[in-house]
Ligand binder design. Structure first.
Ligand code: UDP
Ligand code: MG
Length: 319
């Protein structure tokens, strides 16, 4: 029997990109008919006409399914919603904006057929259509994230990947409210293979990620995979304690020999400095407590507003 491969595509305000992508997919599927492809577009609460566009396309292409989430849940949650419903022997996640080249899919499939459970694409080298700042921040992100999580994430690691049925089943079991799939895929293990690629230019629109959302995302990602920031507080505190205890003999000596120690300015600076440091560490602790709180709420991770998948298990859906 021919194997089924399900593509999961999260889309947020991609009304112009989706028709282009679906057309390309259709051509590709015809060429590559050794497998039966199907595609789940997960609309992540788009505010443009994406939904009308998707509905129209799904009437035209029988292999096209959609899930409309009730609001914007973020890319990772949207991908998981699709993965939860995907039935293929292999599942491929890719972006809707045309940045992930379809030519890579045969390679993915080939690696999967030869025994890899996860095949993922990572950016070979930053190409010209990324600005210097974008490159800098992506490098910083991966260096910090890899160091803090011990997960060895390549720079330019993308969400363009293929994985086996059994890995999909494992991903489905994740109940994390804040999902960071790039790290989760590293964390689960199995035989994995990275394939370098050159991302294409986004067809329409601009990236959905601003510097602010990237910072939030990295904080989120790091703190959901590691408690190292908490340990850092211990070492920082210890170091500062030792340093300040070295200062004590000097103070005693000064008193003994009656050298008055002046220092209003240094006192204020010290108080302000440590005040800031303490607030920062409180903030880090706060992030972890906030996570505990969010994770203990019994909210569904996402809500499916409507879908055309007859056989969908309506686990988190209230249609
Ligand atoms: N996306 C989404 N929900 C969001 C933000 C983005 O589903 O809240 C989708 C978006 O439509 C695209 C993919 O995630 O298909 C990648 O987004 P984008 O191109 O903005 O990110 P970048 O390529 O800059 O990492
Ligand atoms: Mg993009």
């Amino acid at each position: 029997m021919e194997k089924v491969i399900t593509l999961v595509i999260p889309a947020y305000n991609e009304e112009h990109n989706l028709p282009v992508l679906v057309k390309k997919l259709s051509d590709f599927f015809q060429q590559y008919s050794r497998y039966r492809f199907e595609c789940i577009i997960v609309d992540d609460g788009s505010t443009d006409h994406s939904r009308e566009v998707i509905k129209k396309l799904s009437a035209e292409y029988k292999w096209l399914y959609y899930l409309f989430l009730s609001r914007n849940f973020g890319k990772d949650i949207a991908m998981k919603a699709g993965i939860d419903q995907a039935r293929g022997d292999a599942i491929i996640t890719m972006d809707a904006d045309g940045q992930h080249p379809l030519d890579l899919i045969p390679r993915f499939i080939q690696e999967w057929e030869s025994g890899y459970d996860v095949v993922y694409a990572y950016r070979k080298e930053a190409s010209d259509h990324y600005t210097y700042m974008q490159r800098l921040r992506s490098r910083l992100f991966y260096v910090i994230a890899s160091k803090l999580t011990d997960l060895d994430m390549e720079e330019g690691l993308s969400d363009f990947r293929l994985f086996s049925r059994r890995v999909a089943q494992i991903i489905t079991q994740f109940q994390d409210k804040e999902l960071f799939l790039r790290a989760i895929f590293k964390w689960i293990g199995f035989k994995q293979k990275g394939v370098p690629y050159q991302p294409l230019q986004r067809e329409y629109g601009t990236t959905k990620y601003t510097l602010r959302s990237l910072i939030r995302l990295s904080l989120q990602g790091i703190t959901s995979f590691s408690v190292k920031p908490l340990n850092m507080a211990i070492y920082l505190g210890l170091t500062i304690s030792i340093l300040s205890s070295l200062y004590i003999p000097y103070v005693i000596w000064s008193f003994m020999y009656n050298h008055p120690i002046s220092g209003w300015a240094s006192m204020i600076v010290t108080i302000a400095f440590f005040g800031g440091l303490q607030l920062m560490i409180l903030g880090i602790i706060g992030i972890y407590i906030g996570k505990l709180f969010i994770q203990t709420q019994f909210h569904p991770p996402y809500i499916i507003e409507s879908t055309n998948m007859q056989s969908a298990s309506y686990l988190h859906s209230y249609t």
